[in-house]
Ligand binder design. Structure first.
Ligand code: SF4
Length: 478
């Protein structure tokens, strides 16, 4: 992926605009550093008294009729949500951006159960159509150009689907005519972002109106008031909450903040670091199902609190502050590795520096330690993090912990072979010529189970062996 210059150009262009906006917004804080310090201390308090704040949050939100569920594992969380779906006899589900749902592979579980699940965040909707995972925590489809999205929409909603291109007079809300059902054989979409957004909007609005259950993530949970805070730019989470009869919110237990007034700090901090905005467009609090006298909102509201090894991380005095993360994505944006290889290369739900730090905790150190080793340790992530997580230091701690653990059999055997060969100059000399012969034969088995380098080549290109060794080159030069 690092060799894909086109991909790198797209990411750099997207992040160039972000950096300008972010710096402008940072400058509008009286003291950005003091805001970061206060945020880090608030999260420290929240995490160190998580037992107290979670109980307080649960009691308050349950008092308004919400059902709170506790899930220790991803499997439990999926089962709780499937059980709600079965009880409601639901057929269609609308889902607004929730990285926690990605973490537990909720879509796969729901689709496996025969349900129609539609992502309604525009970026998530686009990657769902492409059968891809989100590319970035905040910008799920930032790796795509307008033309690629236009082609995708053309394929999915073009000729014969009844979704016509949007005329300029239709761009204003409330002025567009209903076009479904019209003959659209000649439909051709442009790559104008506004038009593409309107096309997605037409498709999604229908889904909102017919969905049985709405599933959302959450940015924060407020202990003091027993409320969920969701911050977004498209208003899709609001519709997810307002239209279906049943709403489910899935969130990690670390999302709790002690006081309502903490949002006065965290919402601008998140918007500035995440998208370079002073504040995102829609900031909504959810405190329970529709109350008597209210006109909208779900009839039933479920909150699923997910652990999934977060308490194990909490028990680690060195690295527990990784749970302070507010998922702003800023560390990804400044990371020289992320900017060159992109989000999909990580193969994890959370990519970039924070993903490299927490994935070994969430999914096993030995299987995911390579992420911590694939870092330049430049420290840009630690410097940018709005809640002052020292990510570069945590990457080093992961490396140390991985090296201290007993290595796997394959790892041990690999290094024994390596040491055996490197201690025998005669054998070492043969490596170059043998490797070059092997490389010529490699295409015959590449990508199959017969490939000795299968676990490497299934996702990456094997590095090319140089046509001559350094010794040969030196000899040639005399
Ligand atoms: S670690 Fe910090 S910078 Fe990275 S996503 Fe989390 S809060 Fe943002």
């Amino acid at each position: 992926m690092a060799g894909d210059l086109r991909h790198r150009k797209i990411i750099r262009a997207a992040l160039g605009n972000y950096e300008i906006a972010r710096d402008k917004r940072k400058a509008s804080f009286q003291s950005w550093e003091s805001a970061r310090q206060l945020a880090a201390e608030t999260k420290w308090d929240a995490l160190n008294h998580l037992d107290k704040y979670l109980v307080e949050f649960t009691a308050k939100i349950e008092a308004r009729g919400t059902k709170v569920h506790w899930a220790s594992t991803a499997a439990q969380a999926r089962e709780i949500i499937l059980q709600i779906v079965r009880e409601k006899n639901a057929k269609s589900i609308i889902k607004s951006k929730a990285m926690t749902a990605e973490e537990i592979h909720l879509n796969d579980a729901l689709e496996h159960a025969g349900l129609n699940v539609v992502e309604n965040d525009l970026g998530e909707f686009i990657v769902q159509l492409r059968h891809e995972a989100p590319y970035h925590i905040v910008f799920p489809s930032m790796h795509l150009t307008r033309d690629e999205i236009r082609d995708l929409f053309q394929r999915e909603f073009g000729s014969g689907t009844g979704i016509l291109p949007v005329s300029s007079s239709e761009k204003e809300l409330g002025k567009k005519p209903e076009t479904h059902g019209q003959d659209a054989r000649a439909t051709t979409f442009s790559n104008d972002p506004e038009e593409l957004t309107m096309i997605a909007r037409r498709v999604l609005r229908k889904k909102f109106l017919t969905a049985d259950i709405g599933i959302t993530g959450a940015n924060f949970a407020i202990a003091e008031t027993g409320m969920i805070s969701i911050t977004e730019n498209e208003g899709n989470a609001r519709l997810t909450a307002a239209l279906p009869k049943t709403m489910v919110t899935l969130l990690g237990i670390e999302k709790v903040l002690p006081l309502l007034e903490d949002l006065a700090l965290f919402l601008p901090l998140l918007a500035t670091s995440g998208t370079g905005q002073a504040l995102t467009c829609y900031n909504t609090m959810y405190g329970g199902p529709r109350q008597p006298g209210e006109f909208d909102g779900p009839e039933e509201y479920h909150v699923v609190l997910l652990d999934n090894r977060r308490t194990e991380l909490l028990a680690d005095p060195e690295q527990r502050d990784a749970l302070h993360c507010i998922r702003c994505g800023a560390c990804l944006n400044v990371c020289p590795i992320f900017r060159n290889v992109g989000g999909h290369t990580y193969g994890t739900t959370y990519s970039g520096p924070i993903g490299s730090v927490i994935t070994p905790h969430l999914r096993g150190l030995q299987d995911w330690k390579h992420l911590s080793f694939s870092s330049s340790l430049c420290g840009a992530c630690s410097e940018t993090c709005p809640v002052k997580i020292d990510l570069a230091h945590h990457l080093l701690q992961n490396r140390r912990n991985a090296s201290a653990e007993k290595p796997s059999f394959i790892w041990r055997t690999g290094f024994r072979i390596f040491s055996f060969i490197f201690n025998r100059p005669g054998l070492y000399k043969l490596i170059g010529p043998l490797g070059r012969i092997g490389q010529k034969l490699h295409p015959l088995v590449k990508g199959t189970r017969l490939d000795p380098a299968y676990s490497w080549t299934k996702t990456r290109e094997a590095p090319k062996i140089a046509p001559q060794t350094f010794k040969e080159y030196w000899r040639e030069r005399k």
